[in-house]
Write a protein of this length. Structure first.
Length: 117
């Protein structure tokens, strides 16, 4: 089992920045990938960014060049630095871990990000 604790959401004006954090605990030795997904009202949950065990990072096209995913391996924590935020970035952001031989999904509780003037 993997437990996830998220922090860092909030309200920001267009063009502003936020940083999300996600700390994993429990059976962290089996983590294959960590990342962030988001879900806006009426939409499906979609990938924002993910980092694999080997350090490869992928971003959705909508956030490339604005968001940066990083990892503190020693602390099993990932950070999502979000710059140049726009209203369309408004969503609940969920931390995700894939762990074990079947890459089972574990989810955080979600943190709200609202971009509005």
């Amino acid at each position: 089992q993997v437990q996830l604790v998220e922090s860092g959401g909030g309200l920001v004006q267009p063009g502003g920045s936020l940083r999300l954090s996600c700390a994993a605990s429990g059976s962290t030795f089996g983590i294959n990938a960590m990342g962030w997904y988001r879900q806006a009202p009426g939409n499906q949950r979609g990938l924002v960014a993910v980092i694999t065990r080997g350090g490869s990072i992928s971003y959705s096209d909508s956030v490339k060049g604005r968001f940066t995913l990083s990892r503190d391996g020693a602390e099993n924590t990932v950070y999502l630095q979000m710059n140049s935020l726009q209203p369309e970035d408004t969503a609940v952001y969920y931390c995700n871990v894939k762990a074990g031989i079947r890459s089972q999904n574990y989810w955080g509780q979600g943190t709200q990000v609202t971009v509005s003037s």
